[in-house]
Write a protein that binds this ligand. Structure first.
Ligand code: GLU
Length: 410
């Protein structure tokens, strides 16, 4: 199954509960605009190379389109299209005045020097600068991109259109960024882990967690969960999994990852594979790396009764069906990882007001947005007897379809 089919399937499941017409489904599922641009750059070797950059602008019924820019070798138009649609449902679900978009370039950023990455980013913006803007479409970090990339985007855009830091979010704090943006997605995952487990009557100290992925999202989630006294027993990155049944020393693992740019060589744990991590006997599983890691093939072996999707689309629909049947609770991506875009929204607001908040206010407001969305999803799922994913989609797509009708279709 392709990512886009998974998004469509989840969408249809929710739309069926809402008696949504075929014509509205078609309208909401079709992207407003999709572009692919050539990125020809000179490499440090003096040679040159050509890449393709994508931007899919899915929907703007509720406001300017918003979504990250992914640098990963597996990026293609289909994946970007699916992730752009997820952004539309996500921003609507947490009620930000944004639509959804996503971009990507099929490169492995670790294979390039910072100067090469800068040239690639700037050429990409040369190709799309007329299509983005603070009132139109606002990029942000995603897998493989970071605040440096956002600073280059801001600067390159400025060359064409003048000073306007609100064109991109996730910028360095020293350059119109906001404190707390980097930790935001991981922190949001942690906030929801806390809410979800207490709703199920479980204390953090009694909750063993396996966390897949130790990038920006996974590492910040681990930090927050550890500080909240959860027992994080397994973590992983591309170098494999690290398991300690009594609970890992997360500050030590974070320091190792900072020093070595990876968990590779971390000794204070048993080595396991990324696949084994997913099947551990834990109370909570958090996939925070790539999509499609849990399918019908391994779902029956997943023991955790609760899964929080910190990554985008880690649970494939065939696995979701297994979990539904078995009563495994899945907190869906469009809610679980919405912390990042929420703090992006705070950054955009501040850029436009030329006014900065402190970290405490950012964290407080993030907590409030995530908690409100969680409560709404939880009560709708109880009320309509549907999964948390279907309830989240119903709320998200319901808001987008109402805005579409109110704004006028013709
Ligand atoms: N890339 C993040 C996401 O998938 C953040 C997007 C943003 O901040 O606009 O939600």
């Amino acid at each position: 199954m392709r990512a886009i089919d998974a998004t469509r399937l989840y969408f249809d499941r929710a739309a069926d509960h809402m008696d949504m017409s075929e014509s509205m489904r078609e309208l909401l599922l079709t992207a407003k605009r999709e572009v692919s641009v050539q990125i020809a750059v000179e490499l440090d070797s003096g040679d040159f190379a050509t890449y393709i950059g994508y931007r899919v602008q899915h929907d703007d019924a509720r406001g300017p389109m918003k979504g990250g820019l992914r640098f990963h070798p597996e990026v293609d138009l289909g994946e970007v299209r699916s992730l752009a649609a997820l952004m539309t449902w996500k921003t609507a679900l947490v009620d930000l005045p944004f639509g959804g978009a996503k971009g990507g370039i099929a490169i492995d950023p670790s294979k390039f020097s910072p100067r090469e990455l800068e040239r690639i980013t700037r050429r990409f913006i040369d190709g799309i600068h007329e299509l983005i803007g603070p009132d139109v479409d606002i990029p942000a970090p995603d897998m493989g991109s970071n605040s440096d990339v956002m600073a280059w985007i801001m600067n390159q855009y400025q060359k064409y259109h003048g000073f306007n830091p609100g064109v991109v979010t996730g910028k360095p704090v020293e350059l119109y960024g906001i404190p707390g943006r980097e930790e935001a997605t991981g922190r949001g995952v942690g906030i929801l882990a806390y809410k979800m487990t207490s709703r199920l009557g479980r204390k953090p100290q009694q909750t063993r967690i396996a966390l897949q992925g130790f990038g920006n999202v996974g590492s910040h989630a681990a930090k927050f969960l550890h500080e909240s006294e959860f027992k994080v027993v397994a973590i992983s990155d591309v170098s494999g999994g690290y398991y300690r049944p009594e609970g890992l020393n997360i500050p030590q693992a974070l320091q190792h990852a900072r020093e070595h740019k990876s968990l590779k060589g971390y000794k204070e744990a048993e080595r396991i594979s990324n696949e084994e991590l997913l099947e551990l006997d834990v109370e909570l599983l958090i996939p925070a790396a790539l999509g499609g890691v849990i399918t019908a093939a391994n779902a029956p072996k997943v023991k955790a009764p609760l899964i929080i999707e910190a990554a985008n689309q880690p649970v494939w629909p065939d696995a979701d069906a297994v979990f539904d049947e078995r009563g495994t609770i899945v907190l869906p991506d469009i809610l679980a990882n919405a912390g990042g875009v929420t703090v992006s929204y705070f950054e955009w607001v501040q850029n436009r007001q030329h006014y900065s908040w402190g970290i405490n206010r950012v964290r407080q407001e993030l907590d409030s947005v995530m908690s409100t969305a969680f409560e709404r999803v939880w009560s709708l799922s109880q009320e309509r007897k549907v999964s948390l994913r279907t309830a989240a989609y119903m709320l998200g797509i319901g808001r987008v379809s109402r805005a579409t009708v109110l704004g006028g279709i013709t």
